[in-house]
Design a protein around this ligand. Structure first.
Ligand code: TYD
Length: 204
């Protein structure tokens, strides 16, 4: 089973992914944790380029680099792990490209959908958690970190990204589960766990 975690910076994806992995392992499942962009040597190198504040990248090159990182990760890690029956958890996947490069950078959404399917070799997450917070909370939670190149984009950009995630979730109600992530991490995790338990029961 392939599960992804999405949302804007500061939404708590990494923490929730960690709790989810711990839970799945505690019930005896084999879990692989990944992040996008990243997860292979090549994709981590692309991540460094994409997130470095020294990089000057136009929107189209940015899109293609995120897709290139995804193609490598999908082919070399995600598909082999799924074929071995493992649970794959990823901190971001193609919904981030639709939200950030499609809605945020305003690149053509049809082109992005085509590239997303191409780079992910037509696989899709079985379940996606969209951890929803507003922009103010995102800024509050990230204020002690030095922003990377993507995080340095302005407020207008992030409002478009949030609207993007909202639209993507509305268009994929069977796959995407919206979770209020504005409260305590334990409460957020309880909602995630409940949904996972239901999904596991259905897949039996
Ligand atoms: P993120 O996963 O949030 O890592 P960290 O928590 O270490 O900052 O950083 C990745 C950044 O890349 C984030 O700002 C979102 C952005 N991104 C895109 O713009 N498009 C994509 O397709 C992906 C996967 C990420």
């Amino acid at each position: 089973m392939f599960i992804t975690f999405e949302g804007i910076d500061g939404c708590g994806k990494s923490t929730q992914l960690k709790h989810t992995a711990e839970y799945l392992r505690s019930i005896g499942l084999d879990v692989v944790c990944l992040r996008e962009p990243g997860g292979t040597k090549f994709s981590e190198q692309i991540r460094d380029i994409l997130l470095s504040t020294k990089s000057k990248i136009n929107s189209i090159s940015e899109l293609l680099l995120f897709e290139a990182a995804r193609a490598d990760l999908t082919q070399n890690v995600i598909i082999p792990s799924l074929n071995e029956g493992k649970f794959v958890l990823s901190d971001r996947f193609f919904d981030s490209t639709t939200a950030y490069q499609g809605y945020g950078r305003e690149l053509d959404l049809n082109t992005i959908n085509t590239l997303n399917s191409f780079s992910s070799l037509n696989i899709k997450p079985d379940l996606t958690f969209y951890l929803k917070i507003d922009l103010e909370l995102s800024y509050r939670r990230s204020k002690y970190r030095t922003p990377d190149r993507m995080e340095s984009a302005g407020e207008e950009f992030f409002l478009k990204v949030i609207n993007g995630f909202d639209e993507i979730a509305k268009n994929n109600p069977d796959r995407i589960c919206i979770i209020d992530s504005s409260g305590k991490p334990e409460i957020t995790f309880q909602s995630i766990k409940n949904r996972i338990i239901t999904t596991l029961q259905k897949s039996k």
